[in-house]
Design a protein around this ligand. Structure first.
Ligand SMILES: *Cc1c(COP(=O)(O)O)cnc(C)c1O
Length: 376
């Protein structure tokens, strides 16, 4: 069976993980964490990069930092992972979903302004498949209404919008290093980047259980103590060591994924030309990271048939999000503003095909042949 995903692994991880295990400091913010964070600060051009145990935790930190209060409204697409919403629901926020654009499956920036009320606190664009949301328009709305923008860039590492790394455009950005993402810190992991320096001090405190421990380690205070609310948002250094092995090969991983992605596009071009399938479209000015290769077929019925067919050919294709507004917890915590023209319909048409760093030629061919066979 060709799996949908294999966790990225370069071979460099082993020696770094061993080194971390044998170092005297294996808790958070050890040598490898510092190395990774410096790498991200340079690569993403952000004011501060803080590793977290997951993207979920990075989003929770962002919700704490913008001081979400009960009843505040947060605007986001319904077509996203549950954590995008839950990080804010945990603080008592009401989620306001708006429709997506069918070309990128990203939030439709033209619908945001009409969903804003006096309670709106933030906009959370999700860069689906590592393809950027229309950030100029989103930042313009946010500044006119004095809203925060938290980018859910869980899938967006190494992708850019008009030359700017995803995650580095809003006030903060959250990334995931879960094993299903392009880079992993050993299965689970995340990163919060801070672009608005007003948040840096408090971010360090919240991440260190509400203490000023980070300042203590830098010699800025002679004792550390309880100064604010907080939690434990640091991964151990072994996770950072695993990640470092991948950051050393970040470009190689990225290029390899892009090659596979492009090969899919080329091989499926007859189906694209005849309108049998739609593949992701990359807007001008956006550089993506081949996080995902999906096709959209005619409808739910055809998708079910294609998934069955692929299974019969030992290919594991998968669909993706059930829109959050129609999930069990949806009605309790959210409302959908405006019409659902594309969220439900297009989510039901979408299939993700196998793609991972190091996927073999014969595996790719098997997937492609199976898809072409279905439509012939
Ligand atoms: C993977 C993902 C998350 C959650 O990441 P974790 O690191 O598993 O917490 C959040 N949002 C989006 C869009 C994701 O794809």
């Amino acid at each position: 069976m060709i799996p949908f995903n294999k966790p990225p692994y370069t071979g460099n991880e082993d020696q770094h993980v061993l080194a971390a295990m044998r170092s005297p400091k294996i808790s958070g913010d050890g040598e490898f964490s510092k190395r990774c964070q410096a790498w991200f600060e340079e690569k993403l051009g952000c004011k501060k990069a803080l590793l977290t145990p997951s993207c979920t935790h990075a989003l929770e930190m962002a919700a704490l930092l913008i001081d979400v209060q009960a009843g505040d409204e947060i605007i986001m697409p319904s077509y996203t992972f549950v954590s995008t919403a839950n990080a804010f629901v945990l603080r008592g926020a009401k989620i306001v979903f708006i429709d997506i654009r069918p070309d990128t499956m990203n939030i439709d920036e033209r619908l945001i302004e009409a969903a804003i009320t006096s309670k709106t606190k933030a906009i959370v664009p999700v860069h689906y498949a590592g393809v950027a949301c229309e950030m100029d328009a989103i930042m313009d709305i946010a500044s006119r209404y004095q809203l925060f923008v938290i980018e859910d860039a869980a899938q967006g590492m190494m992708a850019t919008y008009k030359g700017r790394p995803l995650g580095s455009i809003g006030h903060m950005g959250a990334f995931s290093f879960h094993e299903t993402k392009n880079y992993t810190s050993g299965g689970e992991g995340g990163l919060l980047i801070i672009n608005d320096e007003r948040f840096i001090n408090r971010a360090e405190i919240i991440r260190e259980k509400g203490t000023n421990r980070s300042q203590f380690f830098r010699g800025m205070v002679d004792k550390y103590s309880w100064v604010d609310i907080g939690s434990s948002y640091l991964p151990c250094d072994i996770q950072a060591a695993f990640l470092w092995g991948q950051l050393e090969k970040s470009e190689e991983i990225n290029q390899n994924r892009l090659q596979i992605w492009n090969a899919y596009c080329e091989a499926l071009s007859p189906l694209i030309a005849s309108g049998r399938v739609i593949v992701p479209s990359i807007p001008e000015g956006c550089v993506h990271n081949a996080h995902m290769f999906y096709v959209k077929v005619h409808d739910l019925y055809e998708r079910t048939a294609l998934l069955e067919h692929l299974k019969g050919r030992e290919v594991f294709g998968v669909f993706h999000y059930v829109p959050l507004h129609s999930a069990v917890a949806g009605p309790q915590f959210s409302r959908f503003h405006g019409d659902d023209r594309y969220t439900t319909k297009d989510s039901e048409r979408l299939i993700r095909l196998p793609i991972w760093y190091g996927m073999k030629e014969h595996e790719l061919v098997q997937v492609i042949d199976s898809v072409l066979e279905f439509f012939s």
